[in-house]
Ligand binder design. Structure first.
Ligand SMILES: [Zn+2]
Length: 427
């Protein structure tokens, strides 16, 4: 009789229900071999601890780690250098809170549909994209590439995509109009959430409320991502403005919109820095306890102001932060500052209130950011000297996806089996 490898893997299930992840391939052999029956209960236990279904867990890196850990356990010998934490942490459920496309069909033409200020922003994003491997800058930040770079090309499981408004600078139309942005949601309904934006009460409260209603009714938005600096003559507004802003939050309540984000920090080029501070979150969080407010970019470089509003008011439960661009820009260039930012947010806002985001595709493929965060730690001196929590695997899992899963009610997406997708690193 000819040699047949399956003689050694009698329990290997040869008919699979589709493509497998590389980790699943390895785990399936562990389970099919003669140790399989004894490994299996350990995998179930780890899957339960990680809060995942057995099937989803087996397709993940944690599932493979659990199989190797189980071999150590059932044999009583250490064959694999693998920790309990690697095997039980659901770090594979990654929600990118902060993603964009940046293109529109009629383009950005200076003097025709784009002002000088508007062009400044387009050029900024163009340069960043080119530096990050997108040959044509913003022209490569398309719906198609959103799928290739973020959903297929990285470990991101769910991407929440964010709008750009500023229509005074873009010929009376949002920089990324909702009808074009909505194509992302139509293409990947199970892996994306869409936020509405470009609501600027300085354009008129009535028109702002009408647009909000249209976003909810026609486009089924999941939440909002707004900007308190704007391109109107007033140049900005505040979330705690009772005349301009509170009618929006009251309408959100009526329409069932619970999560409201705002660009905070990164006071770039054409906008007024004062509106990038987060002080308006203080009153609005207290006055709308049933709504959640998310500081995108975590207010960097004013993250301490944001953090203090919870550090000194620990009773607060509806203020969140998100790391888009802030992590990418500091981890590579100012690692000590990065450690302080993460430490301050985790200590004062709490480990349940800090969420992952990359601001991709502005930064191209987000995978390097994911890998950097997986490996990043806060030096012990800072942990001891500032009372920061350490970035344990458990804390990373919360930041990567568990906090967002709770906030956005993503339980069904978390349980879905990840599909194997070719890793695309460039377009
Ligand atoms: Zn952004």
């Amino acid at each position: 009789m000819e040699f047949n490898v399956f003689e050694y893997f009698k329990d290997y299930k040869r008919g699979t229900s589709g493509p497998m992840t590389p980790q699943e391939q390895g785990t399936a052999l562990f389970l099919g071999g003669h140790l399989g029956e004894r490994i299996s209960p350990h995998i179930d236990a780890c899957a339960a601890k990680a809060g995942m279904s057995r099937r989803g867990f087996i397709g993940s890196a944690s599932g493979f780690a659990a199989a190797m850990l189980a071999v150590n356990k059932v044999t009583g010998m250490k064959f694999f250098d693998v920790s309990e934490a690697e095997a039980v942490t659901a770090t594979d459920f990654i929600v990118d809170q902060h993603t964009h496309i940046c293109i529109r069909k009629d383009g950005y033409i200076p003097g025709v549909n784009t002002t000088e200020k508007g062009m400044w922003f387009v050029n900024l994003l163009d340069d960043l994209g080119k530096a990050m491997g997108l040959e044509n800058g913003t022209k490569d930040m398309t719906v198609e590439n959103f799928g290739k770079l973020i959903l297929d090309g990285s470990d991101t499981r769910v991407a929440i995509f964010n709008p750009f408004g500023f229509r005074e600078d873009y010929g009376g139309k949002d920089m990324v109009p909702i009808e074009e942005q909505a194509e992302v949601k139509q293409r990947w309904p199970d892996r994306t959430l869409m936020l509405g934006g470009g609501l600027t009460p300085n354009q008129g409260v009535g028109v702002t409320l009408d647009r909000l209603q249209m976003f909810v009714e026609d486009y089924k938005i999941s939440g909002l991502k707004l900007y308190t600096f704007d391109s109107t003559p007033a140049r900005g507004w505040w979330f705690d403005d009772q005349k301009l802003a509170y009618p929006i939050w009251e309408k959100c309540r009526k329409l069932g919109i619970k999560n409201i984000g705002c660009h905070k920090g990164i006071p770039f080029g054409q906008f007024m820095a004062r509106y990038a501070h987060a002080e308006d979150f203080d009153a609005v969080c207290d006055d709308f306890l049933d709504l959640n407010f998310i500081a995108f970019h975590s207010g960097w470089p004013y993250q301490s102001e944001l953090a203090a509003m919870k550090g000194f008011k620990p009773q607060r439960k509806n203020m969140y932060s998100e790391l888009g661009s802030t992590f990418a820009a500091t981890v590579t260039n100012r690692p000590l500052e990065c450690a302080h930012i993460l430490g301050t947010l985790l200590r004062d806002l709490g480990t349940d209130y800090v969420m992952w985001g990359t601001d991709s595709a502005l930064w191209g493929n987000p995978q390097w950011q994911i890998d950097a965060f997986r490996k990043f730690r806060i030096p012990d001196q800072l942990v001891e000297g500032h009372g920061y929590p350490q970035l344990t695997d458990e804390v990373k899992a919360k930041v990567f996806g568990l906090n967002a899963a709770r906030l956005w009610n993503l339980k069904s997406m978390a349980e879905a089996v990840p599909e194997e997708k070719p890793r695309i690193v460039a377009v």
